[in-house]
Design a protein around this ligand. Structure first.
Ligand SMILES: NC(=O)c1ccc[n+]([C@@H]2O[C@H](COP(=O)([O-])OP(=O)(O)OC[C@H]3O[C@@H](n4cnc5c(N)ncnc54)[C@H](OP(=O)(O)O)[C@@H]3O)[C@@H](O)[C@H]2O)c1
Length: 306
Protein backbone atom coordinates (compact mmCIF):
# COMPACT_ATOMS: atom_id res chain seq x y z
CA UNK A 1 0.00 0.00 0.00
CA UNK A 2 1.10 3.57 -0.57
CA UNK A 3 0.35 6.22 2.04
CA UNK A 4 -0.04 9.98 2.12
CA UNK A 5 0.19 12.33 5.06
CA UNK A 6 -2.87 14.56 5.26
CA UNK A 7 -1.37 18.05 5.06
CA UNK A 8 -2.10 20.18 8.15
CA UNK A 9 -2.21 16.97 10.24
CA UNK A 10 0.22 14.18 11.06
CA UNK A 11 -2.21 11.55 9.80
CA UNK A 12 -0.92 8.81 7.51
CA UNK A 13 -3.72 7.49 5.33
CA UNK A 14 -3.75 4.83 2.64
CA UNK A 15 -3.72 6.18 -0.91
CA UNK A 16 -6.72 3.94 -1.56
CA UNK A 17 -9.44 4.08 1.08
CA UNK A 18 -12.34 1.73 1.70
CA UNK A 19 -15.70 3.18 0.62
CA UNK A 20 -18.70 1.64 2.36
CA UNK A 21 -21.83 3.18 0.86
CA UNK A 22 -22.61 -0.27 -0.51
CA UNK A 23 -22.54 -1.81 3.03
CA UNK A 24 -26.04 -2.82 4.06
CA UNK A 25 -27.06 -2.86 0.42
CA UNK A 26 -29.63 -0.09 0.41
CA UNK A 27 -29.27 1.84 -2.87
CA UNK A 28 -26.93 -0.85 -4.22
CA UNK A 29 -29.24 -3.77 -4.99
CA UNK A 30 -28.52 -5.51 -1.68
CA UNK A 31 -25.28 -6.63 -0.05
CA UNK A 32 -24.16 -9.49 2.17
CA UNK A 33 -23.28 -8.25 5.69
CA UNK A 34 -20.70 -11.00 6.28
CA UNK A 35 -18.99 -10.22 3.00
CA UNK A 36 -18.93 -6.52 3.82
CA UNK A 37 -17.36 -7.33 7.22
CA UNK A 38 -14.81 -9.49 5.39
CA UNK A 39 -14.03 -6.49 3.15
CA UNK A 40 -13.06 -4.51 6.28
CA UNK A 41 -10.77 -7.35 7.44
CA UNK A 42 -9.17 -7.62 4.01
CA UNK A 43 -8.68 -3.84 3.85
CA UNK A 44 -6.80 -3.81 7.15
CA UNK A 45 -4.76 -6.88 6.21
CA UNK A 46 -3.64 -5.19 3.01
CA UNK A 47 -2.67 -1.95 4.73
CA UNK A 48 -5.75 0.07 3.74
CA UNK A 49 -6.33 2.03 6.94
CA UNK A 50 -8.80 4.69 5.79
CA UNK A 51 -12.42 3.57 6.09
CA UNK A 52 -15.11 5.99 4.95
CA UNK A 53 -18.72 5.64 6.07
CA UNK A 54 -21.81 7.70 6.99
CA UNK A 55 -24.99 7.30 9.05
CA UNK A 56 -26.91 7.70 5.77
CA UNK A 57 -25.50 4.45 4.37
CA UNK A 58 -28.31 1.95 4.92
CA UNK A 59 -29.56 3.95 7.89
CA UNK A 60 -26.54 3.31 10.14
CA UNK A 61 -25.97 -0.31 9.12
CA UNK A 62 -22.71 0.52 7.33
CA UNK A 63 -21.31 2.05 10.54
CA UNK A 64 -22.57 -0.93 12.59
CA UNK A 65 -20.88 -3.48 10.31
CA UNK A 66 -17.61 -1.51 10.52
CA UNK A 67 -17.83 -1.17 14.32
CA UNK A 68 -18.33 -4.90 14.69
CA UNK A 69 -15.57 -5.77 12.21
CA UNK A 70 -13.09 -3.46 13.95
CA UNK A 71 -13.58 -4.99 17.41
CA UNK A 72 -10.15 -5.46 18.98
CA UNK A 73 -8.34 -3.66 16.15
CA UNK A 74 -9.77 -0.14 16.23
CA UNK A 75 -6.22 1.26 16.31
CA UNK A 76 -5.51 -0.16 12.85
CA UNK A 77 -8.14 2.05 11.19
CA UNK A 78 -8.56 5.73 10.40
CA UNK A 79 -12.35 6.16 10.47
CA UNK A 80 -14.08 8.91 8.53
CA UNK A 81 -17.80 9.32 9.08
CA UNK A 82 -20.25 12.12 8.46
CA UNK A 83 -23.13 14.21 9.72
CA UNK A 84 -25.88 16.27 8.16
CA UNK A 85 -28.21 13.91 6.31
CA UNK A 86 -31.22 12.99 8.39
CA UNK A 87 -34.00 10.53 7.68
CA UNK A 88 -37.44 11.36 8.99
CA UNK A 89 -40.69 9.60 8.19
CA UNK A 90 -39.20 8.08 5.08
CA UNK A 91 -37.87 11.43 3.86
CA UNK A 92 -34.33 12.77 3.76
CA UNK A 93 -33.28 16.29 4.78
CA UNK A 94 -30.03 18.16 5.35
CA UNK A 95 -29.43 19.28 8.93
CA UNK A 96 -26.22 20.86 10.22
CA UNK A 97 -27.75 22.50 13.28
CA UNK A 98 -25.67 22.12 16.45
CA UNK A 99 -28.10 19.88 18.37
CA UNK A 100 -28.53 17.59 15.39
CA UNK A 101 -24.76 17.24 14.84
CA UNK A 102 -24.18 16.54 18.56
CA UNK A 103 -26.84 13.82 18.57
CA UNK A 104 -25.60 12.31 15.30
CA UNK A 105 -22.03 12.16 16.57
CA UNK A 106 -23.04 10.23 19.71
CA UNK A 107 -25.08 7.79 17.62
CA UNK A 108 -22.16 7.22 15.23
CA UNK A 109 -19.75 6.59 18.13
CA UNK A 110 -22.17 4.00 19.49
CA UNK A 111 -22.62 2.23 16.15
CA UNK A 112 -18.89 2.32 15.45
CA UNK A 113 -18.23 1.06 19.01
CA UNK A 114 -15.43 3.54 19.55
CA UNK A 115 -14.56 6.60 21.68
CA UNK A 116 -13.38 8.91 18.95
CA UNK A 117 -13.97 9.50 15.23
CA UNK A 118 -10.73 10.27 13.35
CA UNK A 119 -12.33 12.49 10.72
CA UNK A 120 -15.82 13.95 11.02
CA UNK A 121 -17.23 15.29 7.76
CA UNK A 122 -20.22 17.52 6.99
CA UNK A 123 -21.85 15.27 4.41
CA UNK A 124 -23.72 17.94 2.50
CA UNK A 125 -24.28 21.71 2.89
CA UNK A 126 -27.28 22.90 4.87
CA UNK A 127 -28.17 26.38 3.54
CA UNK A 128 -30.50 26.96 6.50
CA UNK A 129 -27.65 27.05 9.02
CA UNK A 130 -24.77 29.53 9.22
CA UNK A 131 -21.56 27.64 8.51
CA UNK A 132 -19.89 29.37 11.48
CA UNK A 133 -22.44 27.69 13.76
CA UNK A 134 -21.78 24.29 12.21
CA UNK A 135 -18.02 24.66 12.44
CA UNK A 136 -18.31 25.90 16.03
CA UNK A 137 -20.14 22.70 16.90
CA UNK A 138 -17.45 20.57 15.28
CA UNK A 139 -14.79 22.45 17.26
CA UNK A 140 -16.75 21.72 20.42
CA UNK A 141 -16.81 18.01 19.52
CA UNK A 142 -13.08 18.16 18.95
CA UNK A 143 -12.56 19.80 22.36
CA UNK A 144 -14.67 17.01 23.87
CA UNK A 145 -12.32 14.51 22.15
CA UNK A 146 -15.20 12.86 20.31
CA UNK A 147 -13.66 13.72 16.95
CA UNK A 148 -10.04 14.38 15.95
CA UNK A 149 -10.23 16.22 12.62
CA UNK A 150 -12.85 18.14 10.64
CA UNK A 151 -13.81 17.64 7.01
CA UNK A 152 -16.45 18.84 4.58
CA UNK A 153 -18.05 17.26 1.54
CA UNK A 154 -19.88 18.53 -1.53
CA UNK A 155 -19.31 22.19 -0.56
CA UNK A 156 -18.78 24.78 -3.30
CA UNK A 157 -15.71 27.02 -3.14
CA UNK A 158 -17.49 29.91 -1.42
CA UNK A 159 -18.79 27.71 1.39
CA UNK A 160 -15.48 25.90 1.71
CA UNK A 161 -13.70 29.23 2.17
CA UNK A 162 -16.18 30.25 4.87
CA UNK A 163 -15.75 26.88 6.61
CA UNK A 164 -11.96 27.30 6.56
CA UNK A 165 -12.27 30.75 8.08
CA UNK A 166 -14.30 29.33 10.96
CA UNK A 167 -12.32 26.15 11.77
CA UNK A 168 -9.33 24.14 10.54
CA UNK A 169 -10.63 21.95 7.72
CA UNK A 170 -8.35 18.94 7.23
CA UNK A 171 -10.18 17.13 4.44
CA UNK A 172 -12.48 17.74 1.51
CA UNK A 173 -14.55 14.93 0.02
CA UNK A 174 -15.98 15.22 -3.46
CA UNK A 175 -16.69 13.32 -6.63
CA UNK A 176 -13.61 13.01 -8.81
CA UNK A 177 -12.88 10.51 -11.55
CA UNK A 178 -11.84 10.20 -15.17
CA UNK A 179 -15.51 10.89 -15.94
CA UNK A 180 -16.17 13.72 -13.46
CA UNK A 181 -13.46 16.34 -13.26
CA UNK A 182 -15.42 19.38 -12.07
CA UNK A 183 -13.33 19.52 -8.90
CA UNK A 184 -10.28 20.53 -10.94
CA UNK A 185 -11.64 24.03 -11.66
CA UNK A 186 -11.67 25.55 -8.19
CA UNK A 187 -11.80 23.05 -5.34
CA UNK A 188 -8.68 21.01 -6.06
CA UNK A 189 -6.39 24.06 -6.56
CA UNK A 190 -7.78 25.66 -3.38
CA UNK A 191 -7.27 22.47 -1.36
CA UNK A 192 -3.71 22.14 -2.67
CA UNK A 193 -2.98 25.74 -1.71
CA UNK A 194 -4.46 25.41 1.78
CA UNK A 195 -3.15 21.91 2.56
CA UNK A 196 -6.62 20.35 2.71
CA UNK A 197 -6.45 16.64 1.91
CA UNK A 198 -8.77 15.62 -0.92
CA UNK A 199 -10.66 12.35 -0.64
CA UNK A 200 -12.07 11.43 -4.04
CA UNK A 201 -15.31 9.50 -4.19
CA UNK A 202 -16.82 7.74 -7.20
CA UNK A 203 -13.30 7.17 -8.57
CA UNK A 204 -14.64 4.08 -10.36
CA UNK A 205 -17.78 5.94 -11.42
CA UNK A 206 -19.94 3.72 -9.20
CA UNK A 207 -18.48 0.62 -10.89
CA UNK A 208 -18.81 1.58 -14.56
CA UNK A 209 -15.07 2.29 -14.80
CA UNK A 210 -14.19 -1.24 -13.68
CA UNK A 211 -14.94 -2.30 -17.25
CA UNK A 212 -17.24 -5.11 -16.14
CA UNK A 213 -20.33 -3.87 -17.94
CA UNK A 214 -21.23 -4.72 -21.51
CA UNK A 215 -24.88 -3.80 -21.08
CA UNK A 216 -26.67 -1.39 -18.79
CA UNK A 217 -27.63 -3.21 -15.58
CA UNK A 218 -31.30 -3.17 -14.55
CA UNK A 219 -31.46 -0.64 -11.68
CA UNK A 220 -34.30 0.38 -9.41
CA UNK A 221 -35.15 4.08 -9.15
CA UNK A 222 -33.53 4.26 -5.71
CA UNK A 223 -30.29 2.63 -6.81
CA UNK A 224 -27.26 4.88 -6.20
CA UNK A 225 -26.05 4.30 -9.72
CA UNK A 226 -29.35 5.60 -11.02
CA UNK A 227 -29.88 8.60 -8.77
CA UNK A 228 -26.24 9.62 -8.15
CA UNK A 229 -23.95 8.46 -10.96
CA UNK A 230 -25.46 9.77 -14.18
CA UNK A 231 -23.15 7.59 -16.31
CA UNK A 232 -25.69 4.82 -15.86
CA UNK A 233 -28.37 6.76 -17.75
CA UNK A 234 -29.15 5.13 -21.07
CA UNK A 235 -27.49 7.47 -23.58
CA UNK A 236 -24.50 8.34 -21.41
CA UNK A 237 -23.94 4.67 -20.58
CA UNK A 238 -23.27 3.67 -24.19
CA UNK A 239 -20.75 6.47 -24.68
CA UNK A 240 -18.94 5.76 -21.43
CA UNK A 241 -18.71 2.05 -22.21
CA UNK A 242 -17.19 2.88 -25.60
CA UNK A 243 -14.60 5.11 -23.88
CA UNK A 244 -13.87 2.38 -21.34
CA UNK A 245 -13.33 -0.18 -24.12
CA UNK A 246 -10.77 2.21 -25.68
CA UNK A 247 -8.96 2.66 -22.35
CA UNK A 248 -8.78 -1.11 -21.88
CA UNK A 249 -6.38 -1.19 -24.84
CA UNK A 250 -3.75 0.39 -22.58
CA UNK A 251 -3.42 -3.06 -21.04
CA UNK A 252 -4.13 -2.30 -17.37
CA UNK A 253 -6.98 -3.69 -15.25
CA UNK A 254 -9.63 -0.98 -15.70
CA UNK A 255 -10.55 -0.67 -12.00
CA UNK A 256 -6.90 -0.05 -11.16
CA UNK A 257 -6.39 2.36 -14.05
CA UNK A 258 -9.38 4.40 -12.82
CA UNK A 259 -8.18 4.44 -9.20
CA UNK A 260 -4.59 5.28 -10.10
CA UNK A 261 -5.56 8.10 -12.42
CA UNK A 262 -7.34 9.72 -9.48
CA UNK A 263 -4.86 8.97 -6.70
CA UNK A 264 -1.94 10.21 -8.84
CA UNK A 265 -3.47 13.68 -9.29
CA UNK A 266 -1.71 16.29 -7.19
CA UNK A 267 -3.64 17.12 -4.00
CA UNK A 268 -5.54 13.83 -3.82
CA UNK A 269 -4.74 12.10 -0.53
CA UNK A 270 -6.92 9.07 -1.06
CA UNK A 271 -9.07 7.59 -3.80
CA UNK A 272 -12.03 5.92 -2.12
CA UNK A 273 -12.92 2.53 -3.57
CA UNK A 274 -16.40 1.28 -2.73
CA UNK A 275 -16.19 -2.48 -2.10
CA UNK A 276 -18.82 -5.07 -1.20
CA UNK A 277 -16.42 -8.02 -0.62
CA UNK A 278 -12.85 -9.03 0.23
CA UNK A 279 -12.45 -10.00 -3.42
CA UNK A 280 -13.20 -6.43 -4.58
CA UNK A 281 -10.83 -5.05 -1.93
CA UNK A 282 -8.01 -7.30 -3.21
CA UNK A 283 -8.68 -6.27 -6.82
CA UNK A 284 -8.64 -2.57 -5.92
CA UNK A 285 -5.77 -2.54 -3.42
CA UNK A 286 -3.53 -3.97 -6.14
CA UNK A 287 -3.68 -0.55 -7.82
CA UNK A 288 -1.28 0.75 -5.18
CA UNK A 289 1.44 -1.62 -6.42
CA UNK A 290 2.06 0.36 -9.58
CA UNK A 291 1.77 3.84 -11.13
CA UNK A 292 0.54 5.17 -14.44
CA UNK A 293 3.31 6.93 -16.37
CA UNK A 294 3.08 10.67 -17.10
CA UNK A 295 2.21 9.87 -20.74
CA UNK A 296 -0.51 7.44 -19.67
CA UNK A 297 -2.00 10.01 -17.28
CA UNK A 298 -2.24 12.51 -20.14
CA UNK A 299 -3.61 9.97 -22.59
CA UNK A 300 -6.39 9.10 -20.14
CA UNK A 301 -7.09 12.79 -19.56
CA UNK A 302 -7.60 13.22 -23.29
CA UNK A 303 -9.96 10.23 -23.57
CA UNK A 304 -13.41 11.06 -24.87
CA UNK A 305 -16.53 9.88 -23.07
CA UNK A 306 -19.25 12.18 -24.37
N1 LIG B 1 -19.47 12.38 0.48
C1 LIG B 1 -20.36 11.93 -0.37
O1 LIG B 1 -21.36 12.59 -0.66
C2 LIG B 1 -20.13 10.60 -1.03
C3 LIG B 1 -20.86 10.26 -2.18
C4 LIG B 1 -20.59 9.03 -2.79
C5 LIG B 1 -19.66 8.17 -2.24
N2 LIG B 1 -18.98 8.50 -1.10
C6 LIG B 1 -17.98 7.58 -0.49
O2 LIG B 1 -17.05 7.21 -1.49
C7 LIG B 1 -17.03 5.79 -1.62
C8 LIG B 1 -16.69 5.39 -3.05
O3 LIG B 1 -17.72 5.78 -3.93
P1 LIG B 1 -18.84 4.74 -4.45
O4 LIG B 1 -18.79 3.50 -3.64
O5 LIG B 1 -20.11 5.47 -4.51
O6 LIG B 1 -18.40 4.47 -5.96
P2 LIG B 1 -17.15 3.72 -6.60
O7 LIG B 1 -16.09 3.48 -5.62
O8 LIG B 1 -16.82 4.44 -7.84
O9 LIG B 1 -17.82 2.32 -7.04
C9 LIG B 1 -18.07 1.35 -6.08
C10 LIG B 1 -18.81 0.14 -6.66
O10 LIG B 1 -18.14 -0.43 -7.77
C11 LIG B 1 -18.24 -1.86 -7.74
N3 LIG B 1 -16.85 -2.38 -7.66
C12 LIG B 1 -15.88 -1.96 -6.77
N4 LIG B 1 -14.73 -2.61 -7.00
C13 LIG B 1 -14.95 -3.44 -8.03
C14 LIG B 1 -14.12 -4.35 -8.73
N5 LIG B 1 -12.84 -4.52 -8.40
N6 LIG B 1 -14.66 -5.03 -9.78
C15 LIG B 1 -15.95 -4.84 -10.13
N7 LIG B 1 -16.79 -3.99 -9.49
C16 LIG B 1 -16.29 -3.29 -8.45
C17 LIG B 1 -19.07 -2.20 -6.49
O11 LIG B 1 -20.46 -2.25 -6.80
P3 LIG B 1 -21.17 -3.53 -7.46
O12 LIG B 1 -20.49 -4.75 -6.92
O13 LIG B 1 -22.59 -3.40 -7.07
O14 LIG B 1 -20.97 -3.36 -8.94
C18 LIG B 1 -18.86 -0.96 -5.62
O15 LIG B 1 -19.89 -0.75 -4.71
C19 LIG B 1 -18.42 5.36 -1.12
O16 LIG B 1 -18.48 4.00 -0.84
C20 LIG B 1 -18.57 6.28 0.06
O17 LIG B 1 -17.81 5.80 1.15
C21 LIG B 1 -19.20 9.71 -0.50
Amino acid sequence: MKYNIFPNTQEKVSAIGLGTWVFGGENWGGADDAQCAAAVGEALASGMNLIDTAPFYTDGLSEKIIGQALKGRRDKAFIATKCGIIRENGRIRHDLRPASIMAECDQSLKRLQCDVIDLYICHWPDPAVAIEQTMGTLLKLRDQKKIRHIGVSNFDLELLKKACAAAPVSAYQGQYSILERGMEKEILPFCREKGIGVMAYGAMGGGILTGKYKNRPPLTKKDARHMFYEFFEEIRFKKVIQGVEDLKKMGHPMNQLALNWVRQQSGVMTALAGCRSAEQVRANVAAADWNLSAEELEKIRAAVFV
